[in-house]
Design a protein around this ligand. Structure first.
Ligand code: SF4
Length: 352
């Protein structure tokens, strides 16, 4: 048995997390949901979302039968909305292609939308007890440090090397439950001990063998991504107000905030009043510029300039692409985080 596996399994008995709401549940649907929610998101943030989701859609069939709008509304605030769209799409594929039975093997799980190799492996481990290696961001950090691997883990060469190490570190015995404990221990170590900013090496069960610790390179590993400064984009949100309601429009299914509700958006160089007249058939009074808002995506920064406009003519635009909605009700819909912030800051008082 590799030393790393023995030590982690032993460590987990006392120091691992044993009381997460999705633990002890072999239902592949519950395992899958928790794994997707936990991507790029902390456990404490996920717990209430997971509970609400399981209450609303207790089975994979319930999720597959739900509307995408209902799924996005429940996901609202958790971010990375493509996860919710893929979850919904994958549930429908499991119903259609596997008669509602979640596939058991990592290779098949991995073919479902939104499930990469590591997530597929985690589902195969926790739901079906299969011997598969995981390699999410936290685990990459542990292996890069433990094996002293230099180089940005996003590079294919480094990534392949880390996968080799992940495979070679798996417990070799087939004692019942061992692979699950080992995998959970890796996740827990990454979340609580071998953290990015403040690794607690003196409390780490891997300290003796850890190359980064021996060579005093803990803070240099894993190698960070070569920095490119993010481009900045600007946009104008049209906050069209009429009878205590705001106009929201559904964004296209693909692209940023796909399928979510947002105020109509235009470029900063476009005349607002004539845009409203010609593209939305709405006459507006002079606008009020509200404080701008910054939002960061993975590949760019967005500066949002909100403009409040009072509608003076009856508007004919209507669902399904547009809705007039009270700001307080909009918070219940699938809306992106900056729109939520905007509404809370400006429209739950007396602007409208
Ligand atoms: S000794 Fe430190 S750097 Fe090495 S695995 Fe443990 S916590 Fe991470």
């Amino acid at each position: 048995m590799p030393v790393i596996a023995t030590r982690l399994i032993e460590w987990h008995k006392q120091h691992g997390r044993h009381d997460l709401p999705w633990q002890g549940n072999r239902d592949p649907y519950a395992v899958w949901l928790s794994e997707i929610m936990l991507q790029q998101t902390q456990v404490s943030t996920v717990i209430p979302y997971y509970a609400r989701f399981m209450r609303e859609f207790p089975t994979l069939r319930d999720l597959a039968q739900a509307s995408l709008d209902a799924v996005l509304a429940l996901w609202s605030g958790l971010g990375y909305y493509s996860r919710a769209r893929n979850l919904h799409w994958a549930a429908r594929q499991v119903m259609q292609n596997y008669q509602g039975q979640f596939p058991e093997h990592r290779e098949l799980i991995q073919q479902l939308p939104g499930i990469g190799r590591s997530t597929a492996a985690a589902i195969a481990v926790f739901a079906f007890g299969q011997r598969e290696a995981i390699l999410d961001g936290n685990v990459k950090r542990i292996f890069a440090r433990y094996f002293g691997i230099t180089g940005y883990p996003g590079k294919p060469k480094i990534q392949n090397l880390l996968w080799e190490k992940a495979e070679a570190s798996l417990p070799t015995s087939y004692r019942s439950g061992e692979i699950e404990i080992y995998t959970q221990a890796l996740m827990d170590l990454g979340a609580t001990v071998c953290t990015r900013r403040t690794p607690l090496c003196d409390a780490c069960p891997l300290q003796q063998q850890c190359i980064a610790w021996q060579e005093k390179r803990v803070y240099q590993l894993p190698t960070t991504k070569p920095r490119k400064s993010l481009p900045q984009k600007e946009t104008v949100f049209l906050l069209l107000a009429q009878q205590q309601k705001l106009l929201l429009t559904k964004r296209p299914a693909t692209g940023i905030w796909g399928g979510l509700w947002c105020p109509p958006e235009i470029g900063t160089d476009i005349d607002v009043v004539s845009y409203c007249q010609h593209h939305l058939s709405i006459n507006v009074q002079a606008s009020v510029k509200l404080p701008s808002l910054d939002h960061q995506f993975t590949h760019f920064k967005l500066r949002i300039h909100p403009q409040l406009l009072h509608v003076v003519s009856e508007s004919l635009i209507a669902p399904p692409q547009f809705i007039w909605i009270k700001p307080s009700d909009a918070l219940e819909q699938g809306i992106p985080a900056p729109v939520r912030k905007l509404l809370k800051q400006n429209f739950l008082t007396d602007h409208v």
